[in-house]
Design a protein around this ligand. Structure first.
Ligand code: COA
Length: 262
């Protein structure tokens, strides 16, 4: 059962789980406990077939997530730094990127450092017009450690990624949209509605096909795999699913499909 914990609020609406990172007094900075709770929530939600998509946002009006918790890592050693990064990758950032259901980031304010990295690990980003996004790590003498060096370049291209990372500059929502970092920009009031508009479309589609599509799109960014070969393989496998039989029957019978994710 998906449940609220100390730093993670959970609410299910029409088959969509809204996860709110809830540390507003620290601008929702990601400490170890938040990473852990977020991971547990995602694991629970993966097993609930009624949940078709996830919206991830931050509590309050000011921040999505203002980064990893600087106070917590201030005295870390080289080994602890490495561990912080690898646990984060494994439990949250790679975990979300490879999740079986679409995850939409509702970026409601500052998305800095680990906050922007979290938004970039999501499959879709909807950004409110007050948002400020950046990877300011070099200001602290570190580099982005939750996938930012890789995913920013994938989303905005190498040139803009270099610029954002080495200058540590924040960009606004308009530029984020222009550069492909934001799928949509809305007012803060409309942010969740825009996300629900997207999830409403997702919810009527085949969960098995969506899960496979996420896997295959990601395969193209995995240097150890050939995305086209994975696509051929997975395309073939789709023909063996009940969702495929249902989708095709519904089309031929001129009715709405009723996918069960099987
Ligand atoms: N880690 C830990 N605490 C953080 C934090 C972070 N990444 N970001 C903000 N906070 C805390 C502040 O320390 C402050 O706590 P306090 O009230 O106990 O002192 C609280 O959140 C509010 O932040 P504050 O800095 O007072 O707000 P602001 O409006 O003046 O500035 C920011 C907002 C986002 C510009 C500023 O908080 C900031 O630069 N944060 C760090 C961003 C960053 O470098 N992230 C990458 C980390 S790797």
């Amino acid at each position: 059962m998906v449940a609220t914990s100390e730093y993670i609020l959970c609410e299910i609406q029409n088959g969509v789980l809204v996860i709110t990172i809830n540390r507003p007094d620290k601008l929702n900075a990601l400490n170890k406990q938040t990473i852990e709770e977020l991971h547990e929530t995602l694991v629970e939600a993966e097993n609930e077939s009624d949940i078709r998509a996830i919206i991830l946002t931050g509590a309050g009006q000011k921040a999505f997530v203002a980064g990893a918790d600087i106070a917590e890592f201030a005295n870390f050693s080289v080994e602890e730094g490495k561990q912080l990064s690898s646990i984060g990758h494994f439990k949250v950032f790679n975990f979300i990127e490879n999740y079986s259901k679409p995850v939409i980031a509702a970026v409601n304010g500052f998305a800095l450092g680990g906050g922007l990295e979290l938004a970039m690990a999501c499959h879709i980003r909807v950004v409110s017009d007050n948002a400020k996004m950046g990877l300011p790590e070099v200001s602290l003498g570190v580099i982005p450690g939750y996938g930012g060096t890789q995913r920013l370049a994938q989303l905005v291209g190498k040139g803009k990624a270099f610029e954002m990372i080495v200058t540590a500059d924040m960009i606004n929502a308009t530029d984020a949209y222009k550069w492909g970092l934001a799928n949509y920009v809305t007012t803060q009031e409309e942010l969740l509605n825009k996300c629900f508009e997207i999830t409403a479309k997702i919810s009527t589609k085949s969960p098995t096909a969506i899960k496979t599509a996420i896997k295959v799109i990601n395969a193209g960014y995995n240097t150890k795999l050939n995305g086209f070969e994975v696509e051929i393989e997975e395309f073939g496998k789709s023909f063996g699913t009940k969702d495929f039989k249902e989708g095709v029957s519904a089309f031929l019978e001129k009715r709405k499909s009723n996918f069960r994710g099987e």
